[in-house]
Unconditional design. Sequence first.
Length: 303
Amino acid sequence: MTPVQTNNLIDGKQTAEDIKVEIAAAVAKLKAAGHKVPHLAAVLVGHDGGSEAYVRNKVLACERVGFQSTLLRYEDDITEAALLAKVDELNRDPEIDGFIVQLPLPAHINPEKVIEAIRPEKDVDGFHPMNIGRMVAGLPALLPATPSGIVELLSRQGIKTSGKHCVVIGRSNIVGTPVSILLAKNLDNANCTVTLCHSRTENLAEICRTADIIVAAIGRPEFVTADMVRPGAVVIDVGTTRVADATKKSGYTLKGDVKFAEVAPLASAITPVPGGVGPMTIAMLLLNTLRAATGEIYPRATS
């Protein structure tokens, strides 16, 4: 097998760190001016391993930039009504600038109902229909964290997007659909011609081979293989699936949606898993929280 290149890796971890430094500087200015520091709350239901790790990283990131953070934990038998009551309480709490309810939720809780219950001005995940609608209309909004993180990563890496053909694999409301919209926008760091593909797309490999940029967000480990990528393409891997691995102390290995070992030698630039899109998601969540706290997008929430 051809050795995997390393000089074409897109370092999402370092880019996210750069953004955190900028946010920390903004927080320091707020404190110096006598304003309260941004306060992010996270609601975690159950004990999903991936969610536990992700929320823990969010709390650590808050400490890194000088935010206040609150973690609210509930067992997976919490009722939908009780969770919605907590959302309402957070909506009305003037000390909380933004909050997230970590997904996935237990099967008995409707995630759409929970998302819609969050006030748009506190929706720092950027999932609320109002934020999505404003994004589509080109109005200021708290943007979905992972999609905006992908766009920001491409921009800060100096990867040209204007006029390029981008193929997005996956049409979820959390990543695939919103990133396709953002990359097609008439903006300096977008202006792509976007093809949105999914599980029922015919001739998927053929379509992918026409792409200058591939965003793999289908949630299937190692789904994108070398025969789907033309030499020189940029590959953004959004996937993070835990795959059983008895050789690891943790008992699992994180796999992306891209078969990295065979795709990396073809790509002009590629995100690793971990260390690619994941850190950017957290960085953009922090940026949304800062914007919510300062009223940059919406007027400050009132109780």
